[in-house]
Write a protein that binds this ligand. Structure first.
Ligand code: MRU
Length: 361
């Protein structure tokens, strides 16, 4: 997608280094960073220079490539894979990508290993681009249906950033929006600010602006009123881990939006690639919910009057804070899941049917 009219992916391999866009500095600064070692990859995931479930997966895949490049020793690569999986606990794409890389490399200790690692990391990223494109084409049908009935601007509410910056390209929740926009359907997006890190305001609004999609940032608590006033035609969000039962784990605040949507008869869609489905856990309370540093709540970063990035304290110095990063929306509040394979009800039966997983108990 575009930044200042140049086409980018969020991660790529060039001149023997892995390159990323540093998302901690957006929207105020556009900085491309090099990842040269496995430590660089782990750190980029931890401090959220890269974030969003599919992009964390893509970075982890390249992380394994960097580990092989650094030291082609099976013990080192195994330890690196474990450290990567620990770097952020909630998004299942991370483990999915690491497991796939490790399986591909198992038993290979020839000179070919580095080439194979790079090829597989690229394949994981290319596959994600295709998944997200197809999520967009499938989700487009829902937006078209609303537009054909309404014959006026379709108002869509989204939470956090499940945009192209959270994936390799296109995004999950934003892909249907971009496809509809390209088709000439008038769209307006309500962007939840998404405290504490403001991924909605800093990233979703930024990328929609760059693509010319009209959008308005709202406080995290405004969605209910807008739905009540009939100003939201549909909600669409991403997910960090969706269970095969249809329960959806996503950025903190998603659950409250789903409750408000249910109460106001607003359809609530979740867009996801199959790499975000956890086929093992059945009980949502077993999903590890990341708890991040309380400084993310108590401090805020922005431009000062001299256009310099500054971080300031906004809470009482003595106050404690708790920073839970994700919540769980039960399947019963989800209207439909939009995947690369098609659209389905958020139920075990329908998800397994769509993905041909009848043998998974
Ligand atoms: O903490 P983040 O910014 O990594 O959280 C991102 C989200 O919650 C996204 O909605 C999710 O990863 C889906 S990305 C397509």
């Amino acid at each position: 997608m575009r930044i200042k009219n140049n086409e980018y992916r969020t991660i790529w391999h060039e001149n023997d280094v892995v390159k990323i866009i540093d998302q901690t500095k957006l929207p105020h600064q556009f900085i491309v960073k090099n990842l040269k070692t496995i430590k660089d990859a782990i750190n980029a995931i931890k401090i959220m220079e890269v974030r969003g479930a599919p992009l964390i997966g893509g970075t982890a895949a390249y992380g394994i490539f960097l580990a092989v490049k650094e030291n082609n020793d099976p013990e080192f690569i195994k330890k690196s894979s474990e450290d990567l999986i620990q770097s952020r606990p909630t998004a299942i794409n991370l483990k999915w990508a690491v497991d796939r890389m490790m399986k591909k490399l198992s038993g290979i200790n020839s000179d070919e290993i580095l080439k194979i690692a790079l090829k597989e990391a690229k394949a994981i990223c290319d596959e994600d681009v295709n998944f997200c494109k197809n999520i967009g084409l499938n989700g487009l049908k829902i937006i078209e249906e609303i537009y054909n009935k309404k014959k006026d601007t379709v108002n869509i509410l989204t939470h956090c950033n499940a945009g192209w910056l959270a994936t390799i390209n296109w995004g999950t929740a934003t892909s249907p929006i971009y496809h509809a926009h390209k088709k000439g359907i008038p769209i307006h997006v309500w962007v939840d600010e998404t405290r504490p890190r403001n991924q909605g305001a800093n990233l979703t609004s930024f990328e929609l602006n760059e693509e010319g999609v009209p959008n308005t940032i709202i406080t995290d608590n405004a969605g209910g009123l807008l739905m009540n006033r009939g100003q939201v035609d549909m909600c669409i969000v991403g997910t960090d881990r969706t269970l095969s039962t249809g329960d959806v784990c996503n950025k903190i605040g998603t659950y409250l939006k789903a409750l408000a949507a249910k109460d106001n008869n607003v359809p609530f869609y979740v867009a996801l690639p199959s790499s975000t489905i956890d086929w093992e856990i059945k009980d949502p309370t077993e999903i590890p919910i990341e708890e991040r540093d309380e400084a993310e709540l108590s401090h805020i970063e922005g431009l000062d009057k001299d256009n310099k990035l500054q971080k300031i304290l906004i809470y009482p110095q003595k106050s404690k804070a708790m920073n839970l990063a994700f919540d769980i929306t039960p399947a019963r509040l989800v209207t439909k899941l939009i995947t690369e394979k098609g659209i389905c009800v958020a139920s075990e039966k329908e998800i397994k049917k769509l993905f041909n997983q009848s043998n998974i108990s």
